[in-house]
Design a binder for this molecule. Structure first.
Ligand code: TEU
Length: 582
């Protein structure tokens, strides 16, 4: 499949490069940096939303799906960017936020005006009576992922805060993001129209935001007491029907289309079905289970050391599960919603280079499609913010308020937000050591943190992280075992080391149902042993005898003789290949 040897670079437009001096990134800034993006060797650039938006959720509250926010530029700027990327063989991947729409979008406004056609685009429900203290019992007991109830008054409210029209609308995220009712065929048709509009601008790759929330089972029902309400509305069976319909009506008409679904709180079984090519739904999925191993009791807004054994078992289970079902995984540590992985799973203070490159090796040589989030290729870290006022994200500020109201001290609440906030990943791209980090000549919307030490210019002038990432991207294209080889675990019970073996050609049928893989040239027959230590102290790993005569394909420490039991240095990564051409 065309995307098996691809690598995706994620650009958060608001923080990538500002060309107007207003302190906010724009499309012109991305255009300016196309040569840099091309120098990474990547194939796609995922652009977070740049559409007109009130900005309550940094663009994920879309007010017009088929336009460019004037603060980001013009449609001509976008078309110019597409052409410039194409000159380097790179395709844009656009972010489709179709589970919900801004309450300032025309559709919601016309629903508020009473037009039944548009009222039917949304989940509008009456309260279910009054609770014991006289408060309204909302249509379901669901909560917003940004805090508070998931239902808000639809239209003007009376002096008690109840909607005069007696209806509430569903918003699984911010109240400014109204969930669209995908049971309505017209909503599904409008979604296809949006995608086809961007296809008409040459776009062939799409990322679908929380797309496994569009199949909410009717009638909407409470989550049983004490259970996670996400289980009630996530991964509904209708999601598969709607994705297949969307594929046929839009992106599936292009043989070179590539799609990725962001799957919140999902399962391996569901993701096999979302991504097995025979089902014509999506190309691949993001899942987040591996990024919850530093959550206490599964709760994000807590502090807990990363559980490395759990992490490697999750990576392993997902690799085996999708492989067995012929599915395909997006491989990532970082994105615009996650604190930076180098802070969560590495030690950027004592082992900056080793942590960054070990983490990269761990996923870039896995079975799946790797994503590089802007800045991780130069080892960018979380910011050294010291006050809650440094943070702006709606989710983080909501969490801080809830933590304080739940009895946490302001210092403890800040410490949790400081570790978990999405803003940590959204600080401006650090291009050089100047005051605005080369991002802006104005005042950046978020303060860069350590650009004097960590920036593109420094990496280009002799750094070791950026060259290492470029090598990993290159290897995915030059060593077919990486893109197409089967995955099997190695030393799965080693609590410190995540290791695995890739094999090409894949063993007989049944090991990997991915029948869509290309035929394999015997010259590409190989086995690859990948070893990554997730510890800041020496650890040991066994090396299978067959690899002792192998070639070290890539590693982040000076090579040394291979031995049956090796002591790994802190955050060491090592990949050994043996050519098995018969
Ligand atoms: O994120 C989905 C989501 O669940 C996020 O809340 C994210 O997983 C969480 O913050 C991690 O702790 C998508 C977008 O990526 C995010 O930026 C949007 O805020 C959200 O959907 C609503 O569109």
């Amino acid at each position: 499949m065309s995307f098996h040897d691809a690598v995706v670079y994620q650009v958060y437009p608001k923080s990538f490069k500002d060309t107007t001096g207003n302190g906010v990134g724009d499309l012109g800034g991305i255009l300016e940096k196309v040569p840099y993006i091309a120098s990474l060797g990547v194939d796609y650039v995922w652009l977070n939303p740049f559409y007109p938006s009130p900005g309550r959720d940094n663009g994920y509250d879309v007010a017009d799906y088929c336009a460019v926010d004037p603060a980001m530029g013009t449609m001509e700027d976008f078309d110019e960017l597409v052409a410039a990327l194409a000159e380097h063989g790179i395709s844009p991947m656009l972010d489709m936020v179709l589970n919900h729409v801004s309450t300032e979008h025309e559709w919601f406004q016309r629903a508020l005006a009473g037009e039944q056609r548009y009222r039917d685009y949304f989940y509008l429900r009456p309260a279910r009576g009054d609770g014991p203290t006289g408060q309204p019992i909302l249509p379901t007991n669901w909560v917003s992922k940004f805090g508070g109830p998931a239902w808000a008054p639809f239209g003007p409210v009376d002096e008690t805060g109840r909607p005069r029209g007696g209806e509430y609308y569903l918003h699984l995220f911010d109240p400014g993001q109204a969930d669209l009712d995908w049971h309505n065929p017209e909503v599904r048709a409008r979604a296809a129209e949006v995608i086809n509009f961007w296809r008409s601008h040459g776009v062939r790759a799409f990322r679908f935001d929380v797309i496994n929330l569009i199949g909410k089972t009717e009638p909407l029902a409470d989550a049983p007491a004490g259970t996670d309400d996400r289980l009630v509305y996530t991964d509904g069976p209708l999601v598969h029907d709607y994705l297949h319909e969307l594929c046929r009506a839009s992106f599936g008409q292009d043989p070179d289309s590539v799609t990725v679904g962001e799957m919140s709180s999902t399962s391996i079984a569901a993701c096999v079905d979302y991504t097995n090519p025979a089902r014509r739904e999506l190309s691949m999925v993001f899942n987040f289970h591996h990024l919850k191993v530093d959550y206490a009791d599964g709760q994000k807004w807590t502090l807990a050391a990363a559980d490395i054994p759990a992490l490697k078992h999750i990576l392993n289970d997902w690799a085996l599960g999708l492989q067995a079902g012929g599915g395909w995984n997006a491989l990532f540590w970082n994105n615009h919603d996650q604190p930076r992985a180098i802070n969560r799973f590495g030690d950027p203070d004592r082992y900056h280079y080793e942590s960054a490159t070990m983490l990269a090796t761990a996923i870039h040589l896995l079975r799946g499609t790797p994503y590089i989030y802007m800045g991780e290729e130069i080892g960018m870290t979380d910011p050294d913010y010291t006050r809650i006022e440094d943070y702006v994200d709606v989710e983080a500020l909501g969490a801080y308020a809830e933590l304080v109201s739940a009895g946490h001290s302001e210092a403890d609440a800040f410490a949790i937000v400081h570790a978990k906030a999405r803003d940590n990943a959204r600080t401006p791209m650090q291009w050089d050591a100047t005051a605005g980090a080369g991002f802006t000549t104005g005042t950046p919307w978020l303060r860069p943190t350590n650009a004097t030490a960590i920036n593109v210019a420094a990496e280009e002038a002799g750094g070791r992280i950026l060259p290492y990432y470029r090598r990993l991207v290159e290897l995915r294209k030059t060593e077919p075992v990486i893109a197409e080889g089967d995955y099997t675990p190695w030393e799965l019970d080693n609590p410190d080391v995540f290791a695995y073996i890739r094999t090409l050609p894949t063993p007989g049928p049944g090991a990997s149902a991915d029948a869509a893989g290309p035929t394999v040239d015997e010259a590409d027959a190989a086995r690859l042993l990948v070893i990554t230590s997730f510890r800041g102290h020496p650890t040991t790993v066994e090396v299978p005898n067959e690899f002792l005569t192998g070639e070290v394909l890539i590693g982040n420490y000076p090579t040394r003789p291979l031995s049956p039991v090796m002591t790994l240095s802190p955050y060491e990564a090592l990949a050994i290949i043996i050519r098995t051409t018969t």
